[in-house]
Design a protein around this ligand. Structure first.
Ligand code: XMP
Length: 516
């Protein structure tokens, strides 16, 4: 059995939006965790001989006849168990306590008081801020359990049977809004379960390599490399696993940042030794995009053309069975939201929608990872900082930052201004920490200025820089005035055709991060 996975945790998923967040918190402590569906087999449950189990939250009511149940063998294993929200209610219902709809549903912050001594709250202050999100509550804990903590609306906000090491909490220790949640989880992992903490990015890499080799065998794999961190790390990982069985395709559509195409070729072909096909399709893209100014039309056209170019190259390579993608966990959530017919604000582009004759099977080694974990894995794989710390860049590239008509000349102007902004941010340390995404936008608007002794009438560049954790909401970055002054002076002096620089002070919502 894999030594790195020993004494880890199995998380049973009951459909909570936070299940992967629990897994991630556990990985942050260096402990291996595996998420399994509630109807998993006993064999799966026992596969890595976990040191304990966590039951996630979920939308069901434990007292409903059709509600999801505990895996049959789980309690027979006599290992520590922590039920979170629905997980706690399910334990209560299963073990003979009573769960009912709460007269006061609790959503949002709550103050928790824990009085009884228990290893779960060991070393934590008596009053804790926690995040609640539940409609049902415990009326009566099962025999052998006692209350460990309470809140205004939940007399049994945490319960435990200390002799059997079974615990339940009504709140969500895994979310940021439960600031002591990490310390409580750490108590469960190390004090209660005796977990081992040797799960590192290096261990993840080792494990992924073994999985990729097993999954892919001798078959060929194709990857669309964008130069962004996710596809770069996925590519590097797969290349480690299967070497020349992997071919990467990089499409230069002409809407890349300054020096990006050259950098991709240098890093991946020359330094990493990967099989890289770089396709220059600038002419095709720019011709197709002539006179297209409407943002959604731009996106659709670029997405469609990208798929055409990619498919053409893919057909040329014979016998490719797998398509690798740098899908990360937030993308999985986003596409789930899309499948529930969420409103389209902007149609994001990836390699989905390939023609039917190219029926690839998918390889997505980063599917369970969050962005910061991907960066750590990239660094452990030896990718350069300029790739690992690259800020996110949209598939349609500069096309959606070059407002109005696209021409090579305008794209070059934007590239130059963007490079000045990013290099100054990098020099001040703000590219890697302090801003999540920063870029320049070129407006299709001219304004009057005075340069030397003459009147100028040129285009306007807007600088956009935001802080955000998840890119779903964002705030504009409070950049130092001196930095803005320097960037502005350099842009108007060094980039012909721009005579005015503005800074975007709109949060998201109501704005979006990109301008189109
Ligand atoms: P918005 O503008 O929707 O952007 O606030 C949120 C994040 O998504 C990125 N973005 C895209 N990424 N294809 C991508 O791969 C796209 O079409 C696309 N549009 C926006 C954006 O850069 C930001 O990080």
């Amino acid at each position: 059995m894999d030594k790195l996975k020993q004494r880890g945790i199995v998380i049973i998923d009951y459909g909570s939006q936070y299940t992967q967040l629990i897994a991630r918190r556990i990985r942050e402590f260096g402990v291996y965790s595996q998420v399994l569906p509630y109807d998993c087999s006993t064999e799966e449950l026992d596969q890595h001989r976990p040191a304990g189990y966590i039951l996630s939250g979920g939308p069901s009511s434990a007292y409903d006849t059709a509600a999801p149940r505990l895996p049959r063998a789980l309690l027979q294993r006599r290992k520590p168990v922590l039920g979170i929200c629905y997980g706690m209610q399910l334990l209560t219902h299963t073990l003979g306590g009573s769960v009912a709809g709460a007269s006061h549903k609790e959503y949002g912050p709550a103050t928790l008081t824990h009085a009884a001594r228990s290893p779960l709250f060991d070393g934590l202050p008596e009053e804790l801020q926690v995040w609640m999100s539940h409609a049902d509550r415990i009326d009566q804990p099962p025999p052998g359990f006692r209350a460990l903590a309470s809140s205004d609306n939940s007399p049994f906000a945490a319960i435990g049977d200390l002799s059997r090491q079974i615990y339940g909490v009504q709140f969500h220790p895994e979310v940021q809004h439960s600031p002591q949640g990490g310390a409580m989880l750490s108590n469960f992992l190390f004090r209660i379960c005796g977990c081992a903490d040797h799960w590192t990015p290096g261990a993840f890499i080792e494990d992924s390599i073994a999985n990729i080799r097993r999954h892919v065998g001798q078959e060929k794999v194709l990857l669309a490399l964008s130069g962004g961190v996710d596809s770069a790390v996925a590519g590097s990982l797969i290349h480690r696993a299967i070497g020349d069985q992997l071919t990467c395709i990089f499409v230069d559509h002409g809407m890349l940042r300054l020096g990006e195409a050259e950098q991709v070729a240098r890093v991946f072909r020359d330094e990493q030794g990967m099989n890289l096909i770089a396709v220059s399709a600038v002419e095709d893209f720019l011709t197709a995009l002539q006179d297209v100014t409407e943002p959604e039309a731009k996106r659709k056209l670029i997405g469609g053309l990208f798929i055409d170019v990619f498919s053409q190259e893919a057909r040329r390579l014979r016998d490719v069975r797998y398509l690798a993608q740098g899908t990360i966990y937030p993308d999985v959530i986003e596409s789930a939201a899309n499948s529930q017919a969420a409103k389209t604000i902007k149609s994001h582009h990836n390699v989905g929608g390939l023609p039917k004759d190219l029926h690839f099977e998918l390889v997505e080694p980063l599917r369970d990872c969050f962005k910061d974990e991907v960066r750590k894995i990239g660094a452990a794989l030896g990718l350069p900082e300029s790739i690992v710390w690259r800020q996110p860049f949209p598939g349609p590239g500069l096309a959606i930052r070059c407002l109005g008509e696209l021409s090579w000349e305008r794209l070059e102007k934007l590239r130059a201004a963007d490079a000045i902004f990013t290099s100054e941010l990098a020099a001040s340390g703000l590219l890697r920490r302090g801003t999540a995404q920063s870029f320049a936008v070129l407006l299709p608007v001219k304004s009057v200025g005075v340069m030397g002794d003459s009147r100028s009438y040129e285009e306007v560049v807007v600088l956009r820089s935001v802080t955000t954790d998840d890119f779903m909401t964002a705030d504009w970055a409070r950049l130092p005035y001196d930095l803005l002054a320097k960037v502005s002076a350099r842009i108007v002096n060094e980039v012909p055709g721009i005579n005015r620089v503005a800074y975007d002070v709109t949060s998201k919502p109501p704005g979006t991060i990109e301008w189109e």
